[in-house]
Structure formats: structure tokens, C-alpha cells
Design a protein around this ligand. Structure first.
Ligand code: ACO
Length: 335
């Protein structure tokens, strides 16, 4: 059995900064409400005059990760792309990345799993490397939320939270047994699927029918979120899955050098930090600047934490996520 390790990380966020004050010009909201409830000060939105899409942002993050990993695109054995906002209904963004980057005919697959998408993707990649089937796997999380949000006051409870961006990691076979991904842990609970969901367009909710059936309001092609229910479940599941990862590896909370939670809401991260009594330097947050970028949030945060020198060789790093599905998961790494 082999072990996989993260050999390089990359990120890309659109240049267009959208502050809370900017949003308050198009909907009834304000900076104080957003910061108090979520910690978010600003987020990035794709500028539609650029070529940024979910797939192209993923490519930019992937190129950075590959360069840092010193691995050629020709040596990629598998592409895993996590997103809830693909460019097309089908095919997925994985094959778009393959084409845009000129990668040979390796397999490319898309993972859904929303805010947990990157952890799910990482786990899939890890399994293929562990078995020896593949050596190098490119894992990307990328989201274009701004293309699908309701910018009227009706959508304010959801729209203010989300931002656009992409992150990527190159996983490779580790040559040291003690370095790399120690374990991954995945869970889901489908009975809460609609508590955080986007019903259409889909084969059950096709566009002409949606417009015909819902002429003015309750349009199911904007996301729905039962915010307080999500919050309550998130804090419980985050805590459980972090503990599961630690216990599996005979680690204590005090062994964590860096916890990177999915950037759902700063209040959720702070709740977890307080519960585990972790100091500020052991939890990385950047939701203040990017909002919640769902599948992209962990790789963007991991990339920035590494760039800032906050993760060093030998560190125990824990990644954890919770999101729509509900789905949740964690990964424990020795950097
Ligand atoms: N600006 C101003 N007022 C607003 C806004 C806004 N953007 N959004 C909602 N309000 C109003 C509501 O209309 C409501 O007004 P009312 O009392 O007159 O009816 C009031 O503020 C309170 O609304 P709630 O929805 O009850 O606000 P809450 O305190 O629950 O905060 C929030 C909402 C921030 C979404 C919170 O529930 C939360 O953080 N939930 C966690 C969900 C989360 O983090 N989701 C991220 C995506 S999922 C994931 O990544 C795990």
C-alpha cells in the first residue's frame, strides 16, 4: 500500500472585489449585518468581460499547483474536479480542464458534494494512489457562484455569503511513509438534502416549466438555505469528523498544527476553534476576503496558509468540511 502526499497547491480568484457596501447598493442589506452574522467583508465575483469560468479558473489554479509540485501535466494520471457550479449541465469541468490544459487521455471525473467536494475529491485521489493504480492526481475545486445567485433582496440571506474562485492540489505518491495523507473520512445524510439546495434547472425542474409554474416568486433555480438548521448541523458534524480523524491516527487535539475548516461562515470556524481550544495561529480563515467558495474554499485556504509560511514540513494539518447533502468529511495530513 502506498501513501499519497500533496506535492503542490495553487489558487486563482477573480480580480473583481465585491464589498458588502457594493451589495447593499443592489439589495436591502448592510455591512454590519453581513460581518456580524458571517465575518465576510468582501468576496470576488467573476467579471463577465473576462474569460473566467468555473473550468478556466480551475485551470489557472491547477497550473500553479503543477508548477509548485514540479510535475508535468503529461504525468497526470487522473483529474478530479469538484464543483456545484459547472460550466455545463454536462459534460463536467474535469474534461474541460483536460482539453484546456492539453492533458493526454487520462480519466477525468467530476465530484459534486458541494462544500465537502474538495475533501471528497482528495479522498478519491488518495484511494487511487494508495492502491498503486495512479501516481499523480490533480484535484481541483472551483466555483462560479455569482453566475447563479439572486441579487434581489429576496436572495440576500444566501447571496451575501458566496464568492467565486478556484483552488487545486497535486497529489503524488509519497516516498516517505510518515509524510502525506494519513486518513480521510467521509459522511453524508441525504434526509437533509433540501435544507441547502438548488432544485433546478434539472430534469425535474426544467427552465420553461419553472418560469411557467413560478412566474414571479419562489423560483427554484436560485439556491435555498435553511441557514440556522445548516449552522446547527455544521458545528456538530465538523467537531465529530475532526475527532474521527484524530482518533484514527492516535492524535490529540493538541497535536494539530493547522486546522483548515471549509470557509462556510466565520462564526462556524470560531465555534470549532473555541470548542477545541485552539489558538489563533492554529486555525486558518480567509472567508473575510473571499466569502464562501464551497468546493474551492479549502484548497484556496490551504494554498494561502502554505504561501504565508503557516504550514511547515512535518506539521499535522487537518482539513474539515460540511455542506449541502448534507455531506461532511475530514483529512488528516502530515505535511
Ligand atoms: N442583510 C440584511 N438582513 C438580512 C440578510 C441580509 N443579507 N439576510 C437575511 N436578513 C434578515 C432576514 O430577513 C431576517 O429578517 P426578519 O427577522 O425581519 O425576518 C433576519 O435578517 C434574520 O434572518 P435569519 O435568516 O434568521 O438570520 P440568521 O441569524 O440565521 O443568519 C445566516 C443567517 C448568516 C445564513 C446564518 O443562519 C448562518 O450562518 N447559517 C449557517 C449557514 C452557512 O454558513 N451557510 C454557508 C453555506 S453552507 C456551508 O458552506 C456549510
Amino acid at each position: 500500500m502506498y501513501r499519497s502526499k500533496i506535492a503542490g497547491v495553487g489558487k486563482y480568484v477573480p480580480e473583481n472585489v465585491v464589498t458588502n457596501d457594493d451589495l447593499s447598493k443592489v439589495m436591502d442589506t448592510n455591512d454590519a449585518w453581513i460581518q456580524e452574522r458571517t465575518g465576510i467583508k468582501e468576496r470576488r465575483h467573476i467579471d463577465k468581460s473576462t474569460d473566467d469560468t468555473t473550468a478556466t479558473m480551475g485551470v489557472k489554479a491547477a497550473e500553479m499547483a503543477l508548477e509548485r509540485a514540479k510535475i508535468s501535466k503529461d504525468d497526470i494520471d487522473l483529474i478530479v474536479f469538484a464543483t456545484l457550479s459547472p460550466d455545463y449541465y454536462f459534460p463536467g469541468c474535469g474534461v474541460q480542464v483536460q482539453d484546456l490544459m492539453g492533458i493526454h487521455t487520462c480519466p477525468a471525473l467530476d465530484v459534486r458534494n458541494q462544500c465537502s467536494g474538495f475533501i471528497y475529491g482528495l479522498s478519491v485521489a488518495d484511494q487511487f494512489i494508495k492502491t498503486g493504480m495512479y501516481k499523480n492526481v490533480l484535484v481541483i475545486g472551483s466555483e462560479n457562484h455569482s453566475g447563479g445567485l439572486d441579487f434581489s433582496t429576496r436572495g440576500r440571506g444566501v447571496t451575501v455569503i458566496f464568492g467565486d474562485g478556484a483552488g487545486a492540489a497535486v497529489l503524488t505518491r509519497s516516498d516517505k511513509d510518515e509524510q502525506g495523507i494519513l486518513s480521510t473520512h467521509l459522511h453524508s445524510e441525504g434526509k437533509h438534502a433540501l435544507e441547502l439546495s438548488l432544485k433546478g434547472p434539472s430534469t425535474n425542474h426544467w427552465v420553461p416549466e419553472i418560469i411557467e409554474e413560478n412566474p414571479q416568486e419562489d423560483i427554484p433555480y436560485y439556491p435555498y438555505m435553511n441557514g440556522q438548521f445548516v449552522f446547527k448541523n455544521a458545528v456538530v458534524r465538523f467537531s465529530e469528523v475532526i475527532m474521527e480523524g484524530l482518533k484514527t491516527n492516535n492524535l490529540q487535539v493538541s497535536d494539530i498544527d493547522m486546522l483548515i475548516p471549509h470557509q462556510a461562515n466565520l462564526r462556524i470556524s470560531q465555534f470549532i476553534q473555541k470548542k477545541f481550544q485552539l489558538s489563533d495561529d492554529k486555525v486558518y480563515n480567509n472567508i473575510q476576503r473571499y466569502g464562501n467558495t464551497t468546493a474551492a474554499s479549502i484548497p484556496i485556504a490551504l494554498c494561502e496558509a502554505w504561501e504565508d509560511g503557516k504550514i511547515k514540513e512535518g506539521d499535522t494539518v487537518v482539513l474539515a468540511a460540511f455542506g449541502s447533502g448534507f455531506t461532511w468529511g475530514s483529512a488528516v495530513l502530515k505535511w
